[in-house]
Design a protein around this ligand. Structure first.
Ligand SMILES: NC(=O)c1ccc[n+]([C@@H]2O[C@H](COP(=O)([O-])OP(=O)(O)OC[C@H]3O[C@@H](n4cnc5c(N)ncnc54)[C@H](OP(=O)(O)O)[C@@H]3O)[C@@H](O)[C@H]2O)c1
Length: 458
């Protein structure tokens, strides 16, 4: 394995790597390496050069060995970078076309990485699920990113690609004069073993809830975003609901997905034809405009789905504990010290076993309701007469789906950079919606299915 540790002063001037995975030694990072290796120098893959980055070459080397499985680890440079050392990040960003950031919690470690990428005009993707971080990066770095030609796209993991791409897929089934009013996503997690997650995600959630007032303050300080025109009434406020058709009880989640989707719909309202590419062909312009003209916005919410009402209780207990304890320093200490207790054994410091990861799956059902004709809605009707159901389905969310999604987003960037905006801080849906990302996800085990469309009786 080659070691490549540039000195403090040497800032490379050319892009040596297609992709650098930062935080590759982490629990998620090692699964991201494994996914990236599937595409490194394979036929038709745009990924020719890959490097791993982190604080410790020996931990990176261990992660590469794990990710290589039974085959000898390939010769991949291991670069040292620490988010507390801005120079190390500038050197990293100068050497690569894209940084895939797997270092979290993002509220603690993410900003210097975004800043270095923007400064160097390098593209940045991450697996963040923290709304405040994402909106802060948009507020602080969007203009500079446009100027420097750096695309900064957070939430390229399970948060929030299945929701974003699933919503766009669903919306395209509201054809002709029909108009949706609301799309409700029901997330159901399944496994024949125990559902489990790593401490990194738990810590990010605890710190996110602890600082929720900062997001409110940030929004107050920002100009109001455009809202899409949606036909019909506002959605009801209920927290628990029985979705009879799916056979699921749904618990409303304060999910990052609904916030990300809302931002995508705001950008679409401000740019009804989507975002022009930096060097787009006339055919691509036509295809992009046709894609966005087929999207009809609607209210969007996410619910955790469980086959029994009792199955919702662990999530309710966890939510109450998070809400009560995360605002106090002693409470945060307790939450972070005893993750397993507060999450009913789901989050553990050592993370899930490979078996637990392999045996888990997810289904995200999208139930859309609306009107068969927009004129019915404009007559003041409140009763929906049309329902569409679609579904996104895939393997375990954190360590299988997230790496698949992140790597496919990176491959789209490598293949189609000219069709994408020159730079800026964006949500994934508005950038990847019209690309071949959905097809790529299908080819890699994440399916998008039409389930039904029916008339609802009055
Ligand atoms: N979107 C999704 O659905 C999704 C899915 C999975 C994870 N995530 C998010 O991904 C993040 C990571 O989760 P995880 O479970 O993989 O955590 P983890 O196992 O703790 O990994 C964290 C990684 O960050 C590195 N790191 C920490 N501080 C650093 C610093 N100052 N400079 C450079 N690198 C540093 C660590 O490197 P060392 O080896 O040097 O400690 C490690 O590689 C979390 O925010 C989590 O919420 C999101």
């Amino acid at each position: 394995m080659a070691e490549n540790i540039p000195t403090q002063t040497s800032i490379p001037t050319s892009k040596i790597y297609d992709i650098v995975i930062l935080g590759a030694s982490g629990f998620t990072g090692k699964y991201v390496i494994r996914e990236a290796l599937k595409f490194l120098n394979t036929p038709n893959s745009p990924l020719k050069t890959l490097a791993l980055a982190g604080r410790s070459s020996s931990r990176l080397s261990e992660a590469l060995k794990w990710a290589s499985g039974s085959t000898p680890p390939p010769e991949i440079p291991l670069l040292t970078a620490d988010t507390s050392d801005p120079n190390s990040l500038i050197r990293l960003a100068a050497q690569t076309k894209i940084i895939l950031n797997c270092v979290g919690p993002f509220r603690l470690y993410g900003e210097p990485v975004v800043s270095a990428c923007v400064e160097s005009g390098c593209d940045y993707l991450d697996i963040c699920g923290e709304p405040e971080f994402m909106e802060k990066m948009e507020a602080f770095y969007h203009e500079k990113a446009v100027e420097k030609g750096s695309l900064v796209i957070s939430a390229c993991g399970f948060d929030s690609i299945p929701a974003e791409m699933g919503l766009l897929f669903h919306s395209r089934h509201w054809t002709g004069p029909s108009v949706p009013n609301r799309f409700e996503a029901y997330l159901s997690l399944e496994s024949d073993k125990k559902l489990a997650g790593n401490f990194g995600t738990y810590e990010s959630a605890v710190l996110g809830v602890a600082n929720s007032d900062k997001l409110v303050e940030l929004r107050k300080s920002r100009p109001k975003r455009a809202r899409p025109a949606i036909h019909g009434p506002a959605p009801p406020k209920g927290i628990i609901e029985h979705q009879k058709q799916l056979g699921l009880w749904g618990l409303k989640l304060p999910s990052a997905d609904s916030i990300v989707v809302r931002r995508t719909l705001a950008t679409l309202t401000e740019n009804p034809n989507g975002l022009p590419g930096v060097n787009e062909s006339p055919e691509n312009i036509k295809a992009r405009e046709a894609f966005w003209s087929s999207i009809k916005p609607a209210h969007f919410g996410v619910k955790f789905g469980s086959k029994s009402v009792l199955g919702l209780f662990p999530t309710i207990f966890f939510g109450i504990m998070l809400g009560l304890l995360s605002k106090l320093s002693l409470g945060r200490w307790l939450l972070l010290k005893f993750p397993s207790f507060f999450s009913f054994g789901i989050f553990r410091k050592e993370g899930p076993s490979e078996d637990e990861v392999e045996s888990a799956t997810f289904k995200m059902w999208f139930v859309g309701q609306g009107f068969s004709d927009s004129s019915i809605a404009t007559q003041g009707n409140k009763k929906f007469d049309t329902e569409v159901i679609t579904r996104v389905m895939g393997p375990e969310i954190g360590y299988l789906t997230t790496p698949i999604v992140l790597i496919q987003c990176a491959l789209v960037l490598l293949n189609n950079r000219g069709d994408l905006p020159k730079g800026g801080v964006f949500t994934p849906g508005i950038v990847f919606g019209p690309t071949d990302l959905e097809k790529r996800l299908e080819e890699n085990g994440i399916s998008f299915d039409f389930v039904s469309k029916k008339a609802l009786s009055a």
